[in-house]
Write a protein that binds this ligand. Structure first.
Ligand SMILES: Cc1cc2nc3c(=O)[nH]c(=O)nc-3n(C[C@H](O)[C@H](O)[C@H](O)COP(=O)(O)OP(=O)(O)OC[C@H]3O[C@@H](n4cnc5c(N)ncnc54)[C@H](O)[C@@H]3O)c2cc1C
Length: 447
């Protein structure tokens, strides 16, 4: 247990998003399931607000609280790969960097996020979008089983065969039902090198590039995942100096099959238009997975809102052009993540993650340092988001909800919400686990 004056307290309560400066009364740094069970009992018996921190990358700052108890799972970062069965057992404090480091030693991987610092836990419990998702499904689709500590402080194992309804809710319903202490994943043969495409265009070309992107992804096989991002031109010698830090539109593609098979499939990304820089080349899979690490430094201020889109229509592009001529804040931008492929082969009600018909996730991120700019930059995100709303599906990825979007939780769970409420009534009727995209029990417990 750590208190405010103890060494390590400040590190434990710090999140990636510097907007959330909170001070829990106690921090329980847990080394195993027994510590988690004891901490849950303590929180329940003393009626303490409970926050749970895995990788600490909650965009909405849900993994820390004022006054209550913070369960810090970061010491539980063990990753054990079984190359024979192509499975991995992963602790809830592991990051995707930890995961890929171990799995790639055997040429194995599963879908993980595109920033190696994010936690396996939070990302998987909400869904888990990444370069491999169109081939192998979301991270959560690759879960074989989990162990979790319930609100009663009991350790429960769940899979398709054991407490199947609970296992259904875990896959997309976040941490609403307990604290996962161990994840078991299916792995696939990937890497150690993977074919990638990296292309930057000046923002003046955004309309043409996004039209191309929509068309390219419509015809792309499942093994191709191409992201489109509105960002800034890097201050590197490979780019004309006059354009450094100017807004840009970048396409980053990956092919998850054999490198030579992918070359003709990724080539059109580099051949299109008049890019500032274009390359199609193999790269270490672990390097691809670290691609976003430098773009969003720890401890800065971030605010993000997201939609799902079926397609990128002219009207969508009009809104994007209008809002991206200048980007407020050094880390601000917008991102298309391609859906489809194996993600959409799963029925929307087969797991708690319902967004199986979307073509793209589109997120708008404000990133800045100076608190005086909070209202200006959050205002830019909100206006951009509002102008796109009528062109979107109405759904949102639970992991992309902002801190002020509790009223959008229904859009995250959609047709699965009622079933999740029933599960919550059974496993956490007092809503002990409520610092998340919260499924409120019918009793409204703990609010
Ligand atoms: C820079 C950045 C890049 C990202 N890239 C991607 C991406 O490529 N793909 C994608 O799908 N998402 C991405 N995300 C979103 C990411 O999925 C979520 O932010 C996710 O919640 C992070 O997980 P974490 O363990 O680091 O978070 P934490 O902040 O530790 O926790 C997030 C939530 O999960 C709960 N939680 C954590 N651990 C447990 C547990 N063991 N049991 C129960 N509940 C738990 C917490 O209470 C909290 O509500 C990104 C986020 C950031 C900030």
């Amino acid at each position: 247990m750590l208190h405010a004056t103890d060494e390590g307290y400040d590190e434990a309560r710090s999140l990636w998003n510097g907007m959330f400066e909170k001070h829990p009364s106690i921090v329980a740094k847990c080394r195993g399931a027994a510590d988690v069970m004891a901490a849950v009992d303590f929180a329940r018996e003393h009626d303490l607000l409970l926050a749970i921190k895995g990788g600490g990358h909650s965009l909405a700052g849900k993994s820390v609280c004022d006054d209550g108890l913070l369960i810090d799972l970061s010491p539980m970062d063990d990753v054990r790969v079984d190359p024979d069965s192509q499975t991995a057992r992963v602790g809830p404090g592991a990051t995707w960097g930890d995961f890929d480091h171990e799995a790639q030693a055997f040429g194995l991987a599963t879908t993980g996020g595109v920033d190696s610092r994010t936690g396996v836990a939070g990302l998987t419990l909400g869904g888990g979008i990444g370069y491999l998702a169109r081939s192998y499904g979301l991270a959560t689709d690759n879960l074989l089983s989990v162990d979790l500590v319930t609100a009663e402080g009991e350790l429960v194992h769940t899979s398709e065969d054991v407490h199947p309804e609970l296992f259904w809710g875990i896959r997309g319903g976040g941490g609403n039902f307990g604290i996962v202490t161990s994840f078991e994943f299916e792995l696939h043969e990937v890497g150690p090198e993977i074919l990638t495409a990296q292309v930057f265009h000046h923002i003046d070309d955004v309309r043409r590039v996004l039209e191309f992107y929509q068309e390219f992804m419509t015809d792309a096989p499942d093994e191709v995942a191409c992201y489109a991002t509105i960002t800034r031109v890097p201050t590197e010698s490979a780019f004309p100096e006059a354009y450094h830090n100017e807004p840009a539109v970048a396409l980053v593609g990956a092919y998850s099959g054999a490198i030579d098979d992918g070359r003709p499939l990724l080539a059109p990304i580099a051949q299109f238009g008049d890019p500032l820089l274009a390359a199609v080349e193999p790269m270490a899979y672990t390097a691809l997975q670290q691609g976003d690490d430098d773009g969003f430094p720890d401890g800065e201020r971030y605010y993000q809102k997201a939609h799902f889109l079926e397609t990128i229509t002219d009207a969508v592009i009009d809104v994007i052009v209008e809002h991206t001529e200048t980007l407020p804040g050094p880390y601000s931008g917008a991102l298309f993540e391609p859906m489809g492929g194996a993600i959409n082969e799963v029925d929307p009600t087969a797991t708690a993650y319902p967004h199986r018909n979307a073509g793209f996730s589109f997120s708008i991120t404000g990133g800045w340092s100076d608190p005086d700019r909070d209202e200006e930059i959050m205002g830019w995100v909100r206006e951009f988001f509002d102008d796109l709303a009528s062109h979107a599906t109405g759904g949102v990825y639970t992991n992309y909800l902002a801190h002020d979007e509790d009223d959008r939780v229904d859009s995250a769970y959609r047709e699965n919400h009622e079933r999740l409420v029933n599960l919550k009534n059974e496993w956490d009727p007092e809503n002990l686990f409520r610092l998340n995209s919260n499924v409120e029990p019918a009793s409204g417990g703990g609010q």
